[in-house]
Design a protein around this ligand. Structure first.
Ligand SMILES: CCCCC/C=C/C(=O)SCCNC(=O)CCNC(=O)[C@H](O)C(C)(C)COP(=O)(O)OP(=O)(O)OC[C@H]1O[C@@H](n2cnc3c(N)ncnc32)[C@H](O)[C@@H]1OP(=O)(O)O
Ligand SMILES: NC(=O)C1=CN([C@@H]2O[C@H](COP(=O)(O)OP(=O)(O)OC[C@H]3O[C@@H](n4cnc5c(N)ncnc54)[C@H](OP(=O)(O)O)[C@@H]3O)[C@@H](O)[C@H]2O)C=CC1
Length: 326
């Protein structure tokens, strides 16, 4: 195979410094692992330092490079200070993943104006602050690639009107910035829109809401929820030179759930219902080190792959058993 060359090699991001907000947990943690395994120096930033440090430790144990910084993305001054200090220390900021965010479940009729504004502030404003800080602190002069994690919201977002509005705002903002900032040394900016993903973020939801997610989880052409790795691999692609002509898009990573019409009350009567479960194999790409007996980590400590509520862990075990073998 020596005649082949591909951008998808171990050194893909070896000269890159990439900031991942919310990189201590869930999808962000998985993105950080993937980027570090491909050579990037990954800076993970969020409010809770202990979570960030745990993830950074895992990455270093596996041979990757990772540093932590505290950040509240709702504060534009913190965003600018963080970018300035990491550029001063490392000389560059070549990639940014705006992954930090979230919301709560509530019918629009019961949501207070402050509740709506809080979620718009966190997701839409927070993403804008980080994009602007990256532009002003480095990328405006030297270029770079940005990926904004949003949420699948093609058909609105019943039960989460605030986040639907905020994420749709980010998708539109991304298109504008792609056009305004593309000419600045070729900044690319794109979105990834996860559907329902088995992630630690699920710990934020009460049991009743989780039950609703689980009831609906198979009602899409994939017949299952997504994995953190399936989001991370899409982010890796969009950040990489393999996507160098892709700018301003929103990539739904949702098993086509946004194209299908589920009916949670009709479970077994639904034409797409398969009592045996999903047939579409998941991708679960956690970094593995050779050796057996320690979870395949070659004596470097066991990595907890997922930290989610119990019913989600059961699904994860099932998905792992049917995952693509790499
Ligand atoms: C495609 C399908 C996807 C569906 C699944 C999605 C999954 C994920 O996204 S996983 C990521 C999960 N992580 C999170 O969602 C984190 C969630 N939480 C937060 O980030 C914060 O709690 C917050 C931003 C939602 C609120 O932050 P904070 O500034 O601390 O807010 P306050 O407590 O001061 O409240 C402000 C305002 O909002 C109302 N509110 C807050 N939480 C709730 C709630 N659970 N239910 C109803 N209302 C809530 C609160 O009442 C305040 O308004 P007022 O009462 O009018 O003062
Ligand atoms: N899981 C899913 O099904 C889906 C997830 N998403 C989105 O994907 C992203 C990652 O979610 P997931 O990994 O599942 O959930 P998590 O709750 O694990 O991740 C959210 C991360 O955001 C950080 N964060 C929250 N608020 C702030 C803030 N004000 N400043 C800085 N960091 C903050 C949190 O860290 P800390 O608390 O330390 O600040 C946490 O690390 C989120 O934007 C989420 O909404 C979208 C669609 C579906």
């Amino acid at each position: 195979m020596s005649g082949y060359s591909s951008v998808f090699g171990k050194g893909l991001f070896k000269d890159q410094v990439i900031l991942v907000t919310g990189g201590g947990t869930g999808i962000g943690r998985c993105i950080a692992h993937e980027l570090a395994s491909l050579g990037a120096l990954v800076i993970i930033a969020a409010r809770k330092l202990d979570q960030l440090n745990n993830t950074a430790k895992e990455i270093r144990l596996l041979g990757g490079r990772c540093e932590t910084m505290t950040l509240n993305i709702r504060d534009p001054l913190q965003a600018q200070d963080l970018v300035n200090s990491l550029v001063a220390k490392h000389g560059k900021l070549t990639g940014l993943v705006n992954n930090a965010g979230g919301q709560f479940h509530s019918p629009a009729s019961k949501m207070s104006p402050k509740g709506f504004a809080t979620v718009v502030d966190l997701n839409l404003m927070g993403t804008f602050y980080l994009c602007k800080a990256a532009f002003e602190g480095y990328m405006g002069e030297y270029g770079g690639s940005i990926v904004n994690i949003v949420a699948e919201c093609r058909n609105g977002f019943p039960g989460m009107v605030h986040t639907g509005a905020a994420r749709a705002g980010i998708i539109n903002m991304t298109k504008t910035l792609a056009v305004e900032w593309g000419p600045y040394n070729g900044i690319r900016i794109n979105c990834v829109a996860p559907g329902l993903i088995l992630s630690s973020g699920m710990k934020n939801y009460p049991e009743k809401v989780l039950d609703g997610f689980l009831d609906n989880s198979w009602l899409n052409p994939a017949g299952r929820m997504g994995t953190e790795s399936e989001i991370a691999s899409s982010v890796v692609f969009l950040l990489s030179p393999a996507a160098s002509y892709i700018n301003g898009i929103n990539l739904p990573v949702d098993g086509a759930s946004s194209l299908s019409k589920g009916d949670a009350k009709a479970n077994s009567a639904h034409p797409s219902y398969n009592p045996a479960g999903s047939k579409m194999a998941p991708y679960i790409g956690w970094p593995q080190q050779g050796g057996e007996g320690d979870g395949g980590r070659g004596g470097r400590g066991v990595l907890k792959e997922l930290d989610a509520p119990e019913p989600m862990m059961q699904l994860y075990a099932k998905y792992k058993s049917m995952a693509h073998k790499l």
